[in-house]
Design a binder for this molecule. Structure first.
Ligand code: FAD
Length: 394
């Protein structure tokens, strides 16, 4: 009986032999990868997985990358990292059959519709409404900061379906058709000049009952699955030693003239390199400890450190670049096909400023660390036992 890793490697041999990346389209390659259970290796068989430990995904990612194969998470980051795992846990078999394969092949891009103008960190307080009408739900409301909504086929939506319940209990999650005429997507421009995220307006949008994830009132638990996976997918990366963000800083350092490589600068760069390595090793440990598919608080801690570290690395890098750090191609608004693009170092610096906000702010991650890991007293919560309709709001 081969070990799980040997089994994964055998399937990878089969994939790379039958679908050589150099002569196979990305869609065909990813489709074959899904069919062999190598899309999300911890998912159930038949749904893109093999029911194995999620740490084996690393073996797959590394070998596919080395062979020059495509990577679903680059094109469909919200779909691969968050929506797929949520549909796998909460979707009906019919939804899993319909959604997971085209998500993985990137035929269908997905977005996550959680944040609202009045509810970001306190996302459970959201006000978009869903009202049942026969075997459909009618949705009205506004979402904001919705990454890639402008290219999305499907969205993972959470709305309030019971305003008389306490805030966490009155939410329900759905898959929504982003191309319905009642869904309006408007660009929001970032400091990089790009509009990778959007405002999304729902006006009497009808969603069939069969597109619910879980049951009415399960929306909070569904979103916890999404958010825990989001944090791991943002902060839990395990690049090879010395690669990833820190490689950008090392490149700038290596190209500095000798008279600028003074001891103080060397000290700052070395400290950042060491922090990056500690973060990498911590993520390896967290991924080894992780129970099947449940990232736990380690995901939040990894997300917090990766945001702080990325910002510090790019700040140092832009300082070392001197006046070159101010050179920027254009601030013309672009609506990119891909999110988190950082084709120049200057753009990577500007984009890194969002790291401590997206996917949950650093302050909120610190609360999770304090409460769930260190056992410190909880944040002040005055609305926990009050029906949502009676909570004062603007
Ligand atoms: C680049 C980017 C992409 C994004 N993509 C998406 C997406 O695809 N889908 C989506 O739904 N959302 C998305 N978001 C939204 C993101 O999740 C929210 O911005 C984030 O959760 C913070 O919410 P907020 O902006 O409403 O800030 P607020 O919650 O209003 O927070 C404002 C400030 O108060 C602090 N704060 C709030 N509560 C506490 C507390 N209890 N203790 C201590 N400090 C606190 C925060 O840390 C922050 O500094 C994206 C954001 C960015 C920047």
């Amino acid at each position: 009986m081969p070990s799980d890793e040997a089994r994964v490697n055998q399937l990878l041999d089969q994939l790379l032999e039958s679908h050589p990346p150099a002569t196979t389209s990305a869609r065909q390659f990813l489709g074959a990868q899904f069919d062999l259970g190598l899309a999300w290796v911890h998912f159930d068989e038949g749904f893109g997985g093999l029911g194995l430990n999620p740490k084996l995904q690393r073996v797959i990612t590394d070998r596919v990358r080395e062979a020059g194969g495509p990577f679903c998470a680059a094109r469909n980051p919200i779909g691969y990292g968050m929506c797929g795992p949520t549909v796998h846990v909460w979707g009906s078999d019919d939804q899993k059959h319909r959604y997971l394969r085209p998500l993985f092949t990137c035929e269908d891009i997905w977005c996550q519709l959680f944040s609202e103008p009045g509810s970001g960190s306190d996302f459970a307080g959201l006000s978009s409404r869903g009202v049942r009408d026969g075997d459909e739900w009618v949705v009205n409301g506004q979402k904001v900061w919705t990454t890639l909504a402008h290219v999305s086929r499907w969205g993972l939506l959470v709305v309030r379906t019971d305003p008389e319940a306490v805030k966490h209990a009155g939410l329900t999650a759905f898959v929504v058709d982003m191309q319905a005429p009642t869904v309006e997507v408007r660009p929001l421009r970032q400091m990089t000049g790009e509009a990778e995220f959007n405002e999304v307006y729902f006006t009497d949008t009808r969603i069939p009952d069969s597109e619910m994830l879980g049951n009415p009132g399960d929306g909070w638990r569904v979103s916890l699955t999404t958010l825990m996976n989001e944090r791991t997918s943002i902060g839990g990366n395990i690049p090879a030693k010395g690669s990833g963000t820190i490689a950008d800083l090392m490149k700038v350092w290596n190209e500095l003239p000798d008279d600028r490589k003074d001891a103080t600068t060397r000290d700052r760069v070395t400290k950042l390199w060491t922090r990056a390595e500690v973060h990498r090793l911590t993520n390896i440990r967290a991924s080894q400890n992780r129970r099947m598919g449940d990232p736990g608080p380690e995901g939040s801690i990894g997300k917090m450190e990766s945001a702080n570290l990325n910002k510090a690395i790019y700040e140092e890098m832009i300082d070392l670049m001197g006046a070159d750090g101010m050179l920027y191609g254009s601030y013309e608004m672009v609506r990119p096909e891909m999110a988190m693009g950082s084709d120049t170092l200057q753009k990577a610096f500007l984009r890194s400023r969002a790291n401590s906000i997206e996917g949950g702010t650093t302050e909120v991650m610190q609360n999770i660390l304090g409460e769930r890991v260190l056992g410190l007293p909880g944040d002040v919560r005055v609305d926990r036992d009050v029906p949502w309709s009676q909570v004062p709001r603007n």
